[in-house]
Design a protein around this ligand. Structure first.
Ligand SMILES: [Ca+2]
Ligand SMILES: [Ca+2]
Ligand SMILES: [Ca+2]
Length: 404
């Protein structure tokens, strides 16, 4: 009787031990395959320590196609009719000047920017055409850290005006013709308020809408009427799981708002989202935002269009992107550049339309000759049927093409 009891107790203990072992194994499997992969990684991108490609090195080749020690970090590459001669050119704009290149990437002229010593202005220069006459001007925007003033320079690089002449700095700035009079306006975010300036740099109005917590504002036609709105992200304090993409018209009235579940998009929208056409350059505006270890492309309704892995990315980083048709006749891929101030690095990536990472390359930002900066454009070289990607660097432009 006692023996049977002991045997039963022994069996019982063995069963309990078995269940415990199984449970521990199950927990280990769940942690390894479900929990760990979902914890955001705050570490630097894998390629950072070695610099250079960490994914897809056998797929793309990069060559320097432009180099000029006068130009500085290249922040914009614009292709179109931007100088008095007829026909398209490629304008490469950097911190200190701009070069005009022909279709064979030969420099035809160079403009040096006036840079007063007393107060530095924007570190990222954008090619704009204020009056649409086919002769470009240059918009020097505040840096992404919001430390510099914005300024407009004429075609010869002479300073026309600066923002916040007294004290203000300009965290963000975007250009667009919001009132359809043929002249660009410039939306600025200064001292906690949105202030659009006219083509002469004069403030038109000022607004500080409720819930506005933006660091970045953009101009984009979110109402699909051919006229751009001033666009920014807003947090709904009544419901903190919601974020709104808001569009203001020429009078500063809210004419558009798209809501979506917040997640990390809230911060991505506030800090550093950019306008990114998708899937082609003529498509309705889409927006690219940095999240945690990923980037997200969403449409004007707030719907996710593409979410791609981007290790080392934080919601406060800056992300720019463009579609590139690297292969003739196939879908474009999304090329993006994330500038991370935390890791002092920039990462170039290419994702396919499903969000799969095809290429990744990280380079350190400071004191390196081969830094990658935010100027970026797809370009179809003459006689070719696919596009290459032009990316700005320090005093140079790189061309990325798909290997045959
Ligand atoms: Ca002009
Ligand atoms: Ca206008
Ligand atoms: Ca519109």
């Amino acid at each position: 009787m006692e023996k049977t009891e002991r045997k039963r107790t022994g069996l019982c203990c063995a069963a309990i031990a078995g269940v415990v072992v199984l449970a521990v194994l199950a927990i280990a499997v769940v942690v390894k395959y479900y929990v760990l992969p979902r914890i955001p990684s705050f570490g630097p991108p894998r390629g950072l320590e070695g610099e250079g490609p960490s994914v897809g090195a056998d797929r793309f080749e990069a060559t320097v196609v432009f180099e000029d020690g006068r130009i500085g970090p290249v922040s914009d590459i614009a292709i179109g009719d931007y100088d008095p001669a007829s026909g398209d050119e490629i304008v490469v704009a950097g911190l200190n000047g701009a070069a005009f290149l022909d279709q064979h990437l030969r420099t035809t002229s160079f403009v040096e920017f006036e840079r007063p010593e007393d107060r530095p202005y924007g570190r990222t220069v954008e090619v704009v055409d204020v009056d649409g006459d086919g002769v470009c001007e240059f918009l020097a925007r505040g840096s992404y850290l919001g430390l510099d003033q914005g300024a407009l320079l004429d075609h010869e690089g002479r300073l026309l005006w600066r923002t916040g002449a007294d004290t203000g700095t300009c965290a963000s700035m975007a250009a667009g013709d919001v009132d359809s009079d043929g002249l660009l306006e410039f939306a600025t975010f200064q001292d906690g308020a949105i202030e659009p300036l006219d083509a002469t740099g004069t403030k038109i109005w000022e607004t500080q809408p409720e819930g506005m917590q933006t660091h970045t504002i953009q101009m984009a036609d979110v109402t699909s009427d051919g006229v751009p709105e001033v666009v920014y992200g807003r947090h709904d304090f009544e419901d903190d799981r919601k974020v709104e993409l808001v569009g203001l018209d020429a009078q500063g009235e809210i004419v558009y708002a798209a809501r979506r579940k917040g997640d990390y998009l809230i911060a991505g929208l506030f800090f550093a989202f950019s306008v990114c056409p998708w899937p082609t350059a003529d498509s309705p505006p889409h927006f690219l935002a940095p999240l945690i270890s990923s980037i997200m492309l969403f449409d004007a309704e707030g719907r996710t269009v593409l979410k791609g892995r981007a290790p080392g990315t934080m919601i406060t980083d800056f992300a720019v992107g463009t579609p590139v048709r690297f292969q003739a006749g196939s879908n474009p891929w999304l090329a993006s550049l994330v500038v991370s101030f935390k890791y002092e690095s920039s990462s170039l990536r290419v994702h396919d339309p499903e969000g799969q990472l095809l290429y990744e390359e990280t380079r350190l930002l400071y004191g390196r000759p081969d830094v990658l900066w935010v100027g970026m454009a797809p370009w179809q070289p003459p006689g070719e049927d696919a596009e290459v990607l032009l990316v700005g660097g320090a005093d140079k432009v790189w061309q990325y093409r798909l290997k045959p």
